[in-house]
Design a protein. Structure first.
Lengths: 344, 397
């Protein structure tokens, strides 16, 4: 729309022939003034692109109204929800949660609003945090016009699987998922109603962290959900992010204490693209695949993941300053999945 | 006299009451539309649309002029250039129906490479604009201004002027052969008419939807017809008044009309070429120049063909005729190069098409006797005109 195919246009004007005379002389001057002819356009003489420094560069313009969204990516990062804790008759810890499916428009980049489907009004949903062996009771109410489920990646009975036919909740109804938290590791939950792509892509997912009984060394813990949004619903993402908001941790870098162990739970829920990845700058991390081991399996600075793949990363920054972390599919970087640590 | 006005008086109440009734029906219908929600259909989702009216490539940045050509408001949120979010400045990000805004994107584009610009609106809709090959847009300064003027002279003034030199030849031929040349002119103009309509409608298709390019084109055409009818009458009246010096013959009136029609056509072509050059989407070779020269000289021949059977007009008339047909090309090139918009171009092409149609009609009307179109030689002349135009157009295809 509105696109002017002037090349074709001129061809036809030329065919009409009313373009006249020795036009070439003037035309040559113009073309020569505009460009340098070269068989390889990349080798053509460039302009002084540094002449213009104002309002240029990668990134979104403006800021997201996190208050309007009702959540801030910096809060989501460290917001672990242990639930309502009690003990059952056998002395087992019971953690009770209330989840409500709510339709909500969220601002995923400055000024860009996405009609999300959410757990408890936030994307990603609450990060459930339990210790292996705990009993989890998640009471799920659906206020939306579509049926939804919560399907946990873990070990549980079939009737608690949160799929159509086992724990799918219709409009206005409630179901309580009840199971034992196992195995320990970095996991996730998501809606498993159909069509699956829509139910996941629209925002129904969250972190599900189970700690080992014997615990782990003290560390500053974070959860990063790698997600993306197809804002125009054409089957391709317009926005990639860490914890929902494009470039959020560029505008608000994540504060990190130098010398302090950082433990990051990274979960990929990206729809439409088969892979996502995370790379941290100027540092390496110990990789605990799916967080299910107490010993690292690899020492690297990048890890790629398919959808629902998740890993635990441990690293320490000795140098201070600003360090990037981002997907190393650079096209995702350009589309929002770029973040910063501020080490001090 | 008295009886007729009395009759008019008795008739007046009838049409007045009919008019009042129609107005009443309209008001009632409007009232229903405004006050009764059951009349309106369910509110549909918003249709967001933007027309990219101008894309200007500057050193290290891209300027856009955008127009909301959809039925609903558009709120510009972000801009993607080649699939990357890029910083930009925009006048007013909220655009009501038909409103325009300008945007500057500080993107380090590269000469000759494609650029895809996608505007993301507040609802997440993407509106894309593809530029096949980025190139620096000429700025409006003295040197480019002069260059475009020269371009107009090369395209319009020189070939037309060259064609005027066919006049001495026309003076030597018989009346029957004059009919041939007039018919040849008709053929040339008929070809230009079809071509102008095709170009104009294509531009109309590129116009912002809400501005209705086809209507602009049609309005331009009708305006040109009305204008030329008036010009013809004015020249006729002037001929009667000042018989001695000015426009003194029917042939000369016709020549001026043809020159005006071709001039308007050339303005459209100057516009098209100026716009194409400004977009850096043209490379003209020597071969093309020869083709253009050969092709456009025929326009000059068309202008002088009605003068063949008459006394030679004053030489100044040849200068005026040449300038009338040629100079508008310069203005067209300036407009196309520095202020191109598809809507204005569709309108300009409409004017050109209307002018040519009117001139064709005037020439055909003037052809009588041996030069009538029903004769053999004029028929051959007409067909020759078409074939010559088509043949020389192949040279520049």
């Amino acid at each position: 729309m509105g696109s002017v195919d002037r090349r074709n246009f001129l061809k036809r004007v030329g065919a009409a022939g009313a373009v006249g005379g020795a036009a070439v002389i003037g035309a040559r001057e113009i073309v020569a003034g505009a460009s340098t002819t070269s068989s390889n356009p990349l080798l053509a003489q460039g302009h002084d692109h540094h002449a213009l420094m104002a309002h240029r560069g990668l990134g979104a313009v403006g800021t997201v109204d996190h208050g309007g969204n009702g959540f801030h990516p910096l809060e989501i990062l460290e917001d672990f929800d242990g639930g309502e804790i009690s003990k059952d008759s056998s002395g087992r810890t019971v953690r009770e949660y209330e989840f409500v499916a709510v339709d909500k428009e969220i601002e995923v980049a400055p000024g860009v609003f996405f009609p999300a489907w959410t757990y408890n009004g936030r994307v990603p949903g609450p990060t459930i945090r339990a210790t292996e062996g705990d009993r989890l009771r998640i009471k799920f109410t659906n206020t939306t016009e579509h049926p939804h489920t919560i399907h946990f990646h873990g070990i549980h009975p079939a009737r608690m699987d949160g799929v159509p036919g086992a724990g799918e909740v219709d409009t206005g109804e409630t179901f309580t998922y009840d199971f034992i938290a196992e195995p320990f590791g970095t996991h996730l939950y998501h809606c498993h109603s159909t069509p699956l792509v829509q139910h996941i892509h629209r925002g129904l997912y969250g972190g599900f962290i189970i700690d080992p009984k014997k615990g782990r060394p003290d560390a500053r813990e974070m959860v990063v959900v790698m997600n993306a949004f197809d804002t125009n619903f054409d089957g391709e993402n317009e926005i990639y992010a860490a914890n929902t908001v494009a470039f959020a941790y560029v505008n608000d870098p994540i504060p990190v204490n130098a010398g302090e162990l950082q433990r990051m739970h990274v979960i990929n829920v990206t729809e439409f693209d088969p892979l996502n990845s995370i790379h941290i700058h100027a540092n390496f991390f110990n990789l605990y695949r799916t967080g299910t081991s107490l010993e690292p399996s690899e020492f690297t600075d990048i890890i790629s993941m398919i959808q629902a793949e998740r890993h635990m990363l441990e690293f320490t920054y000795e140098h201070t300053g600003r360090f990037m972390f981002h997907a190393h599919q650079t096209e995702f970087v350009d589309l929002g999945w770029m973040s910063m640590f501020e080490v001090s | 006299m008295a009886t007729s006005s009395a009759a008019a008086n008795t008739r007046r109440p009838l049409w007045m009451s009919l008019g009042a009734a129609a107005l009443l029906v309209l008001l009632v219908a409007l009232a229903f539309k405004v006050f009764d929600s059951t009349v309106s259909l369910r509110e549909p989702p918003p249709v967001e649309s933007l027309a990219f009216e101008r894309t200007i490539f500057k050193e290290g940045s891209i300027d856009l002029r955008l127009r909301n050509d959809g039925p609903d408001g558009v709120q510009i949120a972000q801009v993607l250039v080649n699939d990357a979010y890029w910083n930009f400045e925009v006048g007013d990000p909220g655009l009501g129906r038909l409103e325009t805004t300008t945007m500057t994107i500080g993107y380090p584009w590269e000469e000759g490479l494609p650029v895809n610009i996608a505007i993301i609106t507040s609802t997440g809709v993407t509106i894309e604009h593809e530029v096949e090959a980025a190139t620096l847009t000429p700025e409006l300064d003295r040197s480019t201004f002069v260059t475009y003027a020269l371009l107009g002279i090369y395209i319009g003034v020189i070939p037309v002027g060259f064609g005027l030199f066919a006049f001495p030849l026309l003076r030597r031929v018989s009346r029957a052969w004059l009919g041939f040349f007039l018919a040849l002119t008709l053929g040339l103009l008929a070809f230009l008419l079809v071509d102008t309509i095709a170009e104009g409608l294509e531009l109309a298709g590129e116009t912002a939807a809400a501005l209705d390019g086809v209507a602009l084109f049609a309005m331009g055409a009708l305006l040109a017809v009305a204008g030329l009818l008036w010009l013809e009458g004015w020249l006729d009246r002037r001929k009667d008044k000042v018989r001695s010096s000015a426009v003194s013959s029917g042939g000369l009136v016709l020549a001026y009309l043809i020159a005006a029609g071709i001039g308007l056509h050339n303005m459209g072509e100057g516009l098209a070429v100026g716009a194409a050059l400004a977009a850096g989407e043209v490379a003209l070779g020597t071969f093309l120049v020869l083709g253009f020269a050969l092709h456009n000289t025929t326009e000059g021949l068309a202008i002088v063909s009605p003068l063949g059977g008459e006394e030679r007009p004053a030489l100044k008339h040849f200068a005026f005729l040449g300038l009338l047909a040629g100079v508008p090309t310069i203005f067209g090139a300036w407009l196309g190069g520095f202020a191109f918009s598809p809507a204005a171009a569709a309108f300009a092409f409409g004017i050109a098409a209307g002018a040519i149609a009117q001139v064709i009609w005037t020439i055909a009307r003037s052809m009588r006797g041996e030069s009538a179109m029903t004769r053999g030689l004029p028929t051959i002349g007409f067909l020759t005109g078409l074939v010559v135009m088509y043949g020389t157009s192949l040279l520049v295809a």
